[in-house]
Design a protein around this ligand. Structure first.
Ligand SMILES: [Ca+2]
Ligand SMILES: [Ca+2]
Ligand SMILES: [Ca+2]
Length: 632
C-alpha cells in the first residue's frame, strides 16, 4: 500500500513537470479534436445532460460552445495534459434532430467536435428483452459464416486473417449471420447472442502469446474503441441491418458488452482521460487472482477482495475503475448508446464479479429507466450457486446492494450436465444442483446451457457420445430457465478448450467442402442431432409448461430422473434414463396434477404410452434415452 502511494505521487510529479515543459510548446498550438464519445445523443432521453468525452490535443484552457438550437454545454473540464475534455450537454426535450457542432476555443484558436442529435429508433419490435419463451443461440461472428470476403483482410488491419491459425481472424462477419437467419429460424432459434462486435486492435497482440507467437483479438473481448464495430465484422450500418433483419424474422438480438476491462492497446492505457480511469497503470497494477469467492464472504476485508475487483485480467487486460465517477458515467452512457443505435433487445454482460456491485446497480437502473423491457444476462463463471445467486437482482445482498442483473448463466447446472451426460456420473447431481434454486431471487429465469465459447465442446468431453449430447439437450430444453445453444452443438461439433472450441461452422466459409447449414451437407449423425434440437425447440414453442411451468421433481435415482413442468392445468412429464441399460420404474404423478386413468404419450416417440393407475406412472425407458410425456 505504502509503496503504491509513493508511486502515485511520483507519477503526478512527473505529469506536472511534463506539463510545465509542454506548455511553452502548447502556447503556439491550436486545439485539435480526435474523437467524440458519444458522437450523438437523443432528445427526450432519460440521460440528460449527456456527458461527452472529447479526445484531442492542446485543449487546455478550452471553452466550449454547442452550436444550434436546443442544446447547451456546461461543466467543461480538461485534463492536465490537455488531451481530454469532459463536457455536459443539456438537450432540450423538443430539440430537432440534426448536427450540433461543438466548438472548442482556446487562446490559440478553435476546433470543432462533430456532434449530432439523432432521431430515436421506433420502439415497436425493439428493446424487447428475452424470456423463457425464447431459445437463444450463441454466435462468435468470426467463426460462423463469411458473407463478405472484402472485409477479410481490411486495409486498416492487414495481416490478421489466416484460417489456418486458430487465434487469427477467419473471415466470419455480420453479413454471414444475416445470410443464415433462415437456418436459425428453421432450428427454432428466437434470439441470437453475438460475442462482442467492438473494434479490437488493428495489429497483432503481443501481450498475449501462445506457443511463442502473438495472437489476434478476433474474439472481440479486447475493445480499443467502444464506439465502433470492428472492420472485420462489418460496419455500424451493417450491424443495424442485421438487427433489423433479425427482428423482421422474429429473432431477438442480444449484445455482448464488457465493462470490466479494455484491450491492452486501447489509447487510454498510455493517456487516460482521468488519473484514476483504470485501476493502476500498465507499469504498476495488481493481477486478478480469480478469488471470486471472497466477494460473498461477509468476513472478507477489502484487501482480500481487491485483486478480484481491481486486478488486471490475465495480468494484461487494463482494468477499468468504475469507482471513478467519470469512468462509470462513460460506461453507462456507452451501454445506452449501443441500445439506442441498434435496437438490441438485451445485454449479455461479461466478467460480472470483477466489477463493483454498486456499479451494476447504477448501470442496470439506467438501462431500465430508458428501456424497461431490456434485460441483462450476467456471466458469473462459477459452479457454486451461492456465488452465482449473489449476483442476481431482485434483492439486496448483505452489502445492501441489489445488482439489478435480471439473469445469469446457470454455470452450476452446466457442470452437472457435463458430469452426468458426458462423463456418465450420477444424474442425481443434476437434481441436487437444482435443489439450490431457493438461493436465487428468480431461478426460473436463469439461462441454461451445455457449452459455450469458454469451455471445451460437449462432444470433446471425455466419455461424450451422441446419446449423451441429446440427453443433455433434452434436459436443457425442458428444465426451468431459458436455454442457449452454442453454435455448432446442434450438429455435434467437436473441439477442445479455447480456441479449439471456436472452429469454423462447416459451410460458412468460401471453399468449404460441405455446407452443414443445409440438410444435404449434414451427415446422418449431424442430421439426427439437428432434428433432435429442432424437435425440442418445437415442443418448447408448442407446450407452455416447458417454458413457463413450475418445475416439480417426481423421481430421482442414480441414473434416472423424472420431473414435471406444470402450468395452470397443463402438465408435461420428462423422464430421463442416463443408464447404459433400459430402465423400468414407477413414480407418483399426483404432484404433476395428473389424474388416474390419464394416458401419457411420449412426444419424442421413444417410449410407449403410459396409463396412469394408482396415481402412479410406470415407465419403461430404453438405455440412454428420454421421454417427454403429455396427457393425451
Ligand atoms: Ca468476411
Ligand atoms: Ca480492428
Ligand atoms: Ca475489475
Amino acid at each position: 500500500m505504502k509503496r503504491r502511494l509513493g508511486l502515485i505521487s511520483s507519477s503526478l510529479l512527473f505529469t506536472s513537470v511534463l506539463l510545465g515543459a509542454g506548455s511553452a510548446v502548447l502556447a503556439q498550438s491550436a486545439p485539435e479534436v480526435l474523437k467524440v464519445e458519444p458522437p450523438n445523443w437523443w432528445a427526450g432521453h432519460s440521460i440528460n445532460p449527456v456527458r461527452v468525452l472529447i479526445r484531442g490535443r492542446n485543449l487546455t484552457g478550452g471553452r466550449l460552445e454547442a452550436r444550434g438550437d436546443g442544446i447547451k454545454a456546461s461543466s467543461i473540464s480538461v485534463n492536465q495534459a490537455g488531451t481530454y475534455a469532459f463536457v455536459d450537454l443539456v438537450i432540450d426535450r423538443l430539440a430537432a434532430p440534426g448536427p450540433r457542432p461543438l466548438v472548442i476555443t482556446t487562446s490559440n484558436g478553435n476546433a470543432v467536435a462533430q456532434f449530432e442529435i439523432s432521431n430515436p429508433l421506433p420502439r415497436n419490435g425493439r428493446f424487447q428483452g428475452f424470456t423463457p419463451d425464447d431459445v437463444m443461440y450463441l454466435i462468435m461472428p468470426d467463426r460462423f459464416s463469411n458473407g463478405d470476403t472484402s472485409n477479410d483482410d481490411p486495409s486498416t488491419s492487414r495481416g490478421l486473417f489466416d484460417r489456418a491459425k486458430s487465434r487469427f481472424y477467419h473471415g466470419g462477419d455480420l453479413q454471414g449471420i444475416m445470410d443464415h437467419l433462415d437456418y436459425l429460424k428453421s432450428l427454432g432459434v428466437t434470439a441470437i447472442w453475438l460475442t462482442p462486435v467492438y473494434a479490437n486492435v488493428d495489429h497483432l497482440n503481443y501481450r498475449e502469446q501462445y506457443g511463442g507467437g502473438p495472437i489476434t483479438d478476433y474474439h472481440g473481448y479486447g475493445a480499443v474503441d467502444f464506439y465502433s464495430v470492428d472492420e472485420h465484422l462489418g460496419t455500424m450500418s451493417k450491424l443495424r441491418e442485421l438487427v433489423d433483419r433479425a427482428h423482421q424474422a422474429g429473432i431477438k438480438v442480444i449484445q455482448d458488452q464488457v465493462a470490466n476491462h479494455t484491450g491492452p492497446y486501447h489509447s487510454w492505457v498510455t493517456d487516460p482521460p482521468t488519473p484514476t480511469w483504470y485501476n493502476g497503470t500498465e507499469a504498476d497494477h495488481l493481477a486478478c487472482d480469480w478469488q471470486t469467492w471472497t466477494l460473498i464472504d461477509p468476513n472478507a476485508s477489502y484487501q482480500i477482495q481487491k485483486r478480484v475487483l481491481e486486478g488486471w485480467f490475465v495480468n494484461t487486460l487494463p482494468d477499468l475503475n468504475q469507482n471513478d465517477p467519470e469512468t462509470a458515467r462513460y460506461l453507462i452512457q456507452n451501454t445506452l448508446w449501443w441500445l439506442g443505435m441498434m435496437g438490441f433487445d438485451a445485454i449479455r454482460e461479461d466478467t460480472v464479479p470483477y466489477v463493483p456491485r454498486a456499479f451494476w446497480s447504477a448501470w442496470t437502473r439506467a438501462i431500465k429507466r430508458e428501456y424497461p423491457s431490456v434485460n441483462v444476462l450476467g456471466e458469473v463463471f462459477d459452479g457454486n450457486p451461492a456465488l452465482v445467486s449473489f449476483f442476481q437482482g431482485g434483492r439486496s445482498g448483505f452489502d445492501g446492494i441489489d445488482t439489478g442483473i435480471d439473469t445469469l448463466f446457470d454455470y452450476p447446472l452446466y457442470f452437472q450436465i457435463r458430469s452426468a451426460f458426458a462423463q456418465g456420473r450420477s444424474l442425481r447431481e443434476v437434481a441436487r444442483i437444482l435443489a439450490s434454486d431457493w438461493l436465487y431471487p428468480n431461478p426460473a429465469e436463469l439461462v441454461t446451457f451445455l457449452g459455450g465459447h469458454d469451455v471445451a465442446r460437449f462432444m470433446s468431453e471425455k466419455g461424450a457420445d451422441i446419446a449423451g449430447l441429446e440427453l443433455a439437450q433434452t434436459l436443457m430444453m425442458t428444465a426451468r430457465g431459458t436455454p442457449v445453444l452454442y453454435y455448432g452443438d446442434e450438429i455435434a461439433m467437436t473441439g477442445g478448450g479455447d480456441p479449439d472450441n471456436r472452429r469454423d461452422f462447416p459451410g460458412g466459409f468460401p471453399g468449404d467442402a460441405r455446407d452443414a447449414f443445409s440438410r444435404n451437407g449434414r451427415n446422418a449423425t449431424e442430421e439426427g442431432v439437428f432434428e433432435h434440437v429442432q424437435k425440442l425447440a418445437g415442443l418448447r414453442a408448442e407446450l407452455v409448461p416447458l417454458r413457463r411451468g413450475k418445475q416439480i421433481d417426481l423421481y430421482v435415482s442414480d441414473q434416472q430422473y423424472a420431473y414435471a413442468r406444470v402450468s395452470g392445468s397443463q402438465s408435461v412429464v420428462i423422464v430421463i434414463n442416463n443408464d447404459l441399460v433400459p430402465a423400468a420404474f414407477e413414480f407418483g404423478v399426483g404432484p404433476a396434477l395428473i389424474k388416474n386413468g390419464a394416458t401419457l404419450c411420449d412426444q419424442l416417440g421413444i417410449a410407449r404410452d403410459v396409463k396412469v393407475g394408482g396415481a402412479s406412472a410406470h415407465v419403461e425407458i430404453p438405455a440412454r434415452s428420454a421421454a417427454i410425456y403429455i396427457v393425451k
